[in-house]
Design a protein around this ligand. Structure first.
Ligand SMILES: *Cc1c(COP(=O)(O)O)cnc(C)c1O
Length: 401
């Protein structure tokens, strides 16, 4: 069955033709190495610099605060490990014992979750902040978790499984009060991969120190990310070998990818409100359609508090994977949990943290819509889904009891 409907934009999005067009000269024509001193290198370096300026404007930052990386995950790694590496020396110089403490939310993307796991194995203390049933952290709870040895907090802006938007600015504001009385500041990182290009991202208004972004979530190329590092925030290299990107991301730049990142971000930011309105409407009609035609279904999270495009639905008494496969046979692409977790049998850590019980979480499906999707596609899915669920439930011993 060929793909008819792509409702997995939370995993990745198709490249926009205008973005491909902007990237194209940087493969065969402007192919110099930005580090080379000749004119071919200078042309490539200018393209990277221009992209840096564009990206900085999109998030209200300075060009020097933008580091191009190989992905959103890599940006998360450079941010958290880089800050801790920089602080380690300062801590040792101060005679502070122990590795220190970090705080993350319980619903972070694996990009952050697994960094925390690794840090814990290395001797850091880790606090996981829980969420309410819509998937939201309580800002006061985040700052209450700060201890004498806390070094960094990482809380995502929008969750990739349920779409919940976190109160980042509120956390930052409370944290700045905590920080004013401390010898060692607590730094604040936010994984904004799922919010960038969908909701306004003003790093000054958010009050964050570090932000991760990836362009393939907003119709840009895969394999290129951005880390925003606020001026003055200490980040030591965790990768070695070259001076590119202030030494934080050594290796020859992905010039075409960087140009594509900037172009895609510029287009997304220009059309932010229009796209959000369009996608929210589509999403609401899909969600309402499912709830009214398929019995025993629930919305995990809250559509109102969600980044536009993501709706997570729990279908009771059946497996999300089974629905995914049936939909795939009918030409519809969706996901269960996040794409990166498909090889695990554990229930989603996000839904568990939200208090969704294990059985209900097993039947969760994430529909993530984008601005290329249409009402006809929503109608198509609504025309086949009730029968798919009904057939699966007929085979489910849970449903019979
Ligand atoms: C997709 C995603 C990432 C990972 O980005 P990559 O560029 O695929 O490494 C990180 N965090 C969130 C919230 C995401 O949705």
């Amino acid at each position: 069955m060929t793909l008819k409907v792509y409702f997995d934009n939370g995993a990745t999005t198709p490249l926009k033709p205008e973005v491909l067009e902007a990237m194209t000269p940087y493969f065969c024509e402007v192919y110099g190495n930005p580090s080379s001193l000749h004119s071919a290198g200078a042309a490539a370096a200018r393209a990277v610099q221009s992209a840096r300026e564009t990206v900085s404007k999109c998030i209200n930052a300075e060009p020097a605060e933008i580091i191009f990386t190989g992905s959103g995950t890599e940006a998360d790694n450079i941010a958290i490990n880089g800050v801790l590496s920089a602080l380690e020396k300062i801590q040792i110089a101060r005679g502070v014992n122990g590795k220190g403490h970090i705080i993350i939310s319980a619903i972070e993307h694996h990009g952050v979750l697994y960094i925390a796991k690794k840090l814990k194995a290395q001797g850091y203390e880790v606090s996981y902040i829980g969420v309410d049933k819509t998937g939201k952290v309580n800002p006061q709870e985040v700052v209450n978790a700060v201890k004498d040895n806390t070094l960094i907090i990482s809380i995502m802006h929008a969750n990739n499984e349920v779409g919940t938007i976190q109160p980042i600015a509120e956390i930052a504001e409370k944290l700045s009060k905590v920080n004013s009385g401390r010898a060692q500041r607590v730094y604040f990182h936010s994984d904004c991969v799922q919010s960038a290009g969908k909701i306004a991202l003003d790093v000054k208004a958010l009050g964050v120190d570090l932000v991760s972004i990836a362009s393939h979530k907003f119709y840009g190329p895969k394999g290129v990310g951005v880390l925003y590092v606020k001026k003055g925030v200490p980040v030591a290299p965790i990768l070695f070998g070259g001076a590119q990107e202030r030494g934080l991301r050594p290796g020859t730049e992905n010039v075409a990818g960087i140009v594509g990142f900037a172009k895609a971000f510029e287009i997304a930011v220009e059309n932010l409100d229009k796209n959000a309105e369009y996608v929210s409407k589509l999403c609401a009609s899909l969600c309402n359609g499912i709830l009214s035609t398929v019995p025993e279904t629930v919305v995990n999270g809250s559509l109102e508090k969600s980044v536009s495009g993501i709706v997570n639905i729990g279908f009771k008494c059946i497996e999300g994977e089974a629905i995914l496969l049936k939909l795939s046979q009918a030409g519809v692409a969706v996901s269960t949990g996040s794409a990166c977790a498909t090889d695990s049998v554990e229930p989603s850590h996000v839904l568990s943290a939200m208090g969704v019980d294990t059985l209900a979480a097993a039947g969760a499906v994430r529909f993530s819509l984008g601005c290329q999707n249409t009402k006809e596609e929503v109608d198509y899915v609504l025309s086949i889904l009730p029968k798919i669920v009904e057939d699966l439930r007929k085979m489910s011993p849970l449903w019979k009891s």
